[in-house]
Design a protein around this ligand. Sequence first.
Ligand SMILES: *Cc1c(COP(=O)(O)O)cnc(C)c1O
Length: 567
Amino acid sequence: MNIKDIIRKDLLEMQPYSSARNEFEGNARIFLDANENPYGASFRGVTHLNRYPDPMQKELKSRIAELTNTDTTNIIVGNGSDELLDLAVRATSVPGGSNAIIVPPTYGMYSVAAATNNVKIKEVLPDENFNIDADKILEAADKNTRIVFVCSPNNPTGNLAPEEEVTKLAEQFNGLVIVDEAYIDFANNKGMAHLPQQYENVFVMRTFSKARGMAGARLGFGFGHPELIKVLNAIKMPYNVNNLTLEAGLSALDRTGIYRSQTERIIHSRELLSAYLQKIKGIKKVYPSSANFLLIKVDEPVKLYNYLLQQGIVVRDRSNMPLCSGCLRITIGREHENEILAEEIQNFFAEAKPGQQQAPQQPQPQQQPQQPQQQPQQQDHSSRTRRRTRETDILADIRLHGRGIADIQTGNGFLDHMLELFTFHSKTDLLIRASGDTHIDIHHTMEDIAITLGKALNSALADRKGMNRYGFLMPMDESSATVSIDTGGRSMLVWDVPFRNQNVGGIPASMFSHFFRSLADNAGFTINISAAGNDDHHLIEAVFKGFARSLKQAVQITDNRIQSTKA
Ligand SMILES: *Cc1c(COP(=O)(O)O)cnc(C)c1O
């Protein structure tokens, strides 16, 4: 097998476009070769946007080569791995003559890349557990088959393709074997990026879009034989990856720790969610997953899909794909998002026994115009409060009886996470925007957010008429927090939360008592919090959850003469 035999003959001799940036190599003082504006623009710290990007992405490639023990001549970088798919099809297949094999259910872009190049698709089904079968694929291949697409872990099924099957294909198939490893970081498996060194006809694709959290930047890369890479480079758009994206990619490679810990967090959540969903009676199957999503099988997927949509949750209906009847694909979200999802799926099966008509849930009623006139003006218990100081500008928009919808941007990821937990567990709707020196001084930010949120709560509570006033909660998690609240108007904080470390989530631990004190002061709450546990992160999570849940009790409307905004 010679790689040149599977590349389109005409392309092997093609002369690629030669850009100014291609023709000059080395260091120069003054660049007057590419008709750029010498003054230029800067955007988010990227100062060289006036210059064309490096068409060969040398720096990024050499970092990737270093990290993966390969050579830069084995690497192609693309505008997302979707671009690489298209390039690979064009490099190998003759429009109107060639065909390609996919193993459905799988990623939809393979067929699209083939179709846009007038390449026919042949489908070879896997077994009922979605395992690919190299023999069946080889049997289906004919002299015009140029590509076999293997997705591992596969989208939407989440399973890995066994390496033996892929090497069997590589050995016996006279075309290109594309192994798409977009989700490999979520698998307990090193992947197959080493195969191209052994097999000339294997091309392995990876992406920054999934585990590396950069879907919006459009950055993918692939490993292949240098001859193949050369042709892919020759036929791609010269400046296919822009400077902002290159910069983002390089800095992502420097921040491997963050992405690893996020990936671990997602894997952990996947396993928790999977175990939880498996216990729900109406779910017939939760497929094992090596990716950042779960495929579940239910009796009435469209009904569940629509129910979730009404609750503001979008998942992917995959029930029309081969072997996927009844299947929905659920991406693993943040912890509180997964909790909301799990709760709503639970509700679906509790409320709507399959087969019976599900009454569509109405959105929260707006203020009814026929309300009796003695109602004070703030009956919807919402408030928008803005507070500006020299250092910060904070906006807090809260609706006490909401649905747990959070839109939080404090400039600090950990604080965002805490306030999202708060929103979910209090079933408020909360928007927070913080700007100013938020990235420099967490102290100002946290204090000002607490003050603003406290004021917003105070104003949303209005005259507090008809409400419970008291909340008390003692949840039993791995960390326990006991929280009581009295919203009656007196400000006090009792705080007994022993942290083990000086910092939690990058925030000085002492800031949290400060936060709740400022909140109590401005909301007019008496808050009593005590908590214990071994892990500071879980401890502070328990505090925010406990606070949220007891606030939810305290603001519950109990007096029916006041408009009942059902919690
Ligand atoms: C998301 C995904 C990709 C990523 O494509 P990009 O263009 O890199 O964002 C590739 N393959 C599969 C199977 C995917 O699901």
